[in-house]
Design a protein around this ligand. Structure first.
Ligand SMILES: Nc1ncnc2c1ncn2[C@@H]1O[C@H](COP(=O)(O)OP(=O)(O)OP(=O)(O)O)[C@@H](O)[C@H]1O
Length: 614
């Protein structure tokens, strides 16, 4: 690295804008290339930072809109996106699409990638494009008979759900989206009935991103399958599994998973729940490991928080306007006998003909305030949110700007579990009661973050005599497992309790999806943390009867509408919110946005060699 490059790196470090990892990466490229301009080091640090924040790439238009860092005015700085392209083209480490170089500049779209993310995006787009298209599972009369029996015309709520099943029966990819309680799982059960009646020997896999989400899928789908009309009942695997387990991915991800393109998964139908939580790399691995003939059904809510790792795949798949192309509408009319009109808007997104969005919430029938609040949050309607939280009209939702009564609300929420704990009730019952209520936070740090609140809740419970005994292993302590631990049969995200067994010895107990209790010695717990309060991120894929959502007193870029929506929709019956109005307002105005080129890659196959549009 030249002295000028080293000085520049030091100056960037002093800015305090980047993590050390971003700067180390920029430094590594500078060590390889003494000619690397300072501005290019800046872009590399920005790209690394954006990837850590979940983006797949950097847009040069966004970069050009930023003011140059106030570091060294004598350093030449590109004036616009076209100048950035010219500058980056001269860097040997930067290739055009299709060239194997550490960094990729797609000049036609103005996107700057690491090779890994560019390659993942192209591979996923290629796989999805190949799967798109008309591929009926059986003759039209077989499909039509099943659809008409399972989605009767006198059930108007079922019409979109029926359409989704028609897509699953006529194509190898189906994207079924909708908010909580809109009937995604119910529809999946009926889709499986249609598909398995057409091809009874089909092998089905049920999968979700986390152990918790897999357990919920298993439970909810089991119920929905049991509600099918007797003559349409079908047998599917009793167990849903996590994506990692299904693919045979080992920690470290450096090895090939057990299933990959040369050794595909032995499945004919794969249903993935909570697809919004799946990142670009994992989705690519999944789709590549599927046999070409398999049917993939993605279920999820694209308005929720996107994956922890880079990508917002479900959101990108839902980027086109809703509605079918004229050709697809015509085919569906022929297949189903139902009437429908094509969309007027044109869009070449290949998944537009494979996607249905459910809108009617069936579960919030008893809690219309929750449905209204979720819709207002999702629409960013601050006035409606304020009105719902502070008005008298909707008893199941309420909000307070002042945290004064927060601890009383926590104690009231946990009262059924604390009573069961004190009475020495059986572990399954105590666990069930604990699962009814949860305190959710936006962040980990700060007085209203998970760490601060857990400490305060624990202290309050000790003062009131609910938690006895010193130290970590205290009867009643909720524990959240934070790393997969196959040896202990625990998955990242599992929540359990420390409870005494009949002889008074403390155990860590976890409830399985079949209602049974799994108990291990607390000493066998690997990575875990206390879980009276949890982040919204960690509870994605779970629901509770009552949620207390606590927002911080300081604004931050991580407070987004998607985070609020995900938090609000964790509540099944009742939601209490604590947090200043201005924090709500600014979070509602901020959408989680992740730069990605997947939508474009799906629409147009990459022209390798690249052409400029600047
Ligand atoms: N067409 C329908 N008519 C009447 N009730 C329905 C219909 N579809 C679903 N329901 C009911 O709505 C409730 C929620 O359905 P379901 O669990 O399938 O929704 P979901 O979208 O999977 O929810 P979540 O995302 O929270 O898991 C269930 O009680 C289900 O029986």
């Amino acid at each position: 690295m030249t002295p000028a490059q080293a000085a520049w790196l030091r100056a960037l470090r002093n800015l305090g804008r980047f993590e050390e990892f971003d700067l180390q990466l920029a430094g590594m490229f500078a060590r390889q290339d003494p000619q690397l301009p300072e501005s290019a080091m800046w872009v590399i640090a920005c790209l690394s930072q954006q990837i850590q924040r979940g983006a797949v790439c950097l847009t040069l238009a966004g970069l050009a809109a930023e003011t140059p860092p106030a570091v060294n005015p004598s350093v030449p700085w590109p004036a616009n996106a076209a100048d950035w392209v010219t500058l980056l083209r001269r860097v040997p480490a930067v290739g055009v699409p299709g060239q194997i170089r550490p960094l990729v500049l797609d000049g036609s779209s103005g996107r700057f990638y690491s090779y890994r993310h560019w390659d993942l995006e192209q591979r996923l787009a290629r796989e999805l494009r190949q799967r798109a298209g008309w591929a009926p599972v059986a003759e039209a009369r077989v499909v039509r008979r099943a659809l008409n029996a399972l989605f009767p015309a006198d059930e108007p709520a079922a019409s979109l759900q029926g359409l989704a099943a028609a897509l699953a029966a006529s194509g190898r990819i189906t994207v079924l989206t909708g908010g909580p309680g809109t009937g995604k799982t119910t529809t999946l059960a009926r889709m499986l009935a249609v598909l398995l009646h057409a091809r009874p020997a089909s092998r089905v896999a049920l999968v979700a991103p986390t152990g918790k989400a897999a357990a919920r899928m298993e439970e909810a789908l089991g119920g929905a399958l049991a509600r099918l009309p007797a003559q349409w009942r079908v047998t599917v695997p009793a167990q849903a599994t996590t994506l990692h387990r299904l693919l045979g991915l080992r920690p470290g991800a450096a090895h090939l998973p057990r299933f990959h393109p040369a050794h595909p998964l032995p499945v004919d139908i794969l249903a993935l729940d909570e697809a919004s939580m799946v990142d670009l790399a994992l989705m690519t691995r999944l789709v590549e490991a599927l046999p070409d003939t398999a049917r993939l059904i993605l279920l999820g809510d694209p308005d929720q928080l996107a994956s922890v790792e880079a990508g917002a795949v479900l959101g990108d798949l839902c980027e086109s306007p809703l509605g079918f192309s004229p050709m697809q509408a015509r085919r569906l009319v022929e297949l189903t006998g139902w009437s429908m009109s094509p969309a007027t808007a044109r869009d070449d997104h290949p998944l537009r003909d494979h996607r249905v969005h459910l809108t009617h919430n069936h579960r919030f029938g008893d809690s219309p305030g929750l449905a209204r609040l979720a819709a207002a949050v999702n629409g960013g309607d601050a006035a409606a949110v304020h009105c719902l939280l502070t008005g008298e009209g909707e008893p199941e939702v309420s909000g307070s700007a002042e945290p004064g009564l927060m601890m009383e609300q926590v104690l009231a929420g946990y009262a059924p579990y604390l009573d069961a704990l004190t009475a020495g009730t059986a572990a399954a019952e105590v666990l069930g009661r604990f699962e009814q209520f949860r305190v959710l936070c936006a962040h980990r740090a700060g007085p209203f973050g998970v760490d601060g609140l857990n400490a305060r809740i624990e202290a309050a419970l000790r003062r009131r005599g609910y938690l006895l005994g010193e130290g970590l292993w205290t009867a009643g302590r909720p524990v959240l497992v934070t790393r997969n631990d196959p040896g202990a049969r625990l998955a990242n995200g599992d929540v359990g309790l420390i409870l005494p067994d009949r002889s008074g010895r403390l155990q860590a107990v976890f409830r399985r999806s079949d209602g049974s209790v799994h108990a291990i010695s607390p000493a066998r717990l690997g990575a875990w943390e206390t879980a009276f309060a949890m982040t919204v991120h960690k509870t994605q894929g779970s629901e509770f009867d009552t949620v207390l959502l606590v927002l911080p007193s300081e604004d931050s870029p991580l407070l987004t509408r998607n985070l609020l929506y995900t938090g609000v929709t964790r509540a099944r019956r009742r939601l209490r919110v604590v947090g200043p109005v201005e924090i709500w307002e600014s979070a509602l105005a901020r959408r989680q946005q992740r730069a990605s080129g997947l939508g474009d890659a799906l629409r147009r196959p990459q022209a390798i060699g690249d052409h400029e549009c600047y």
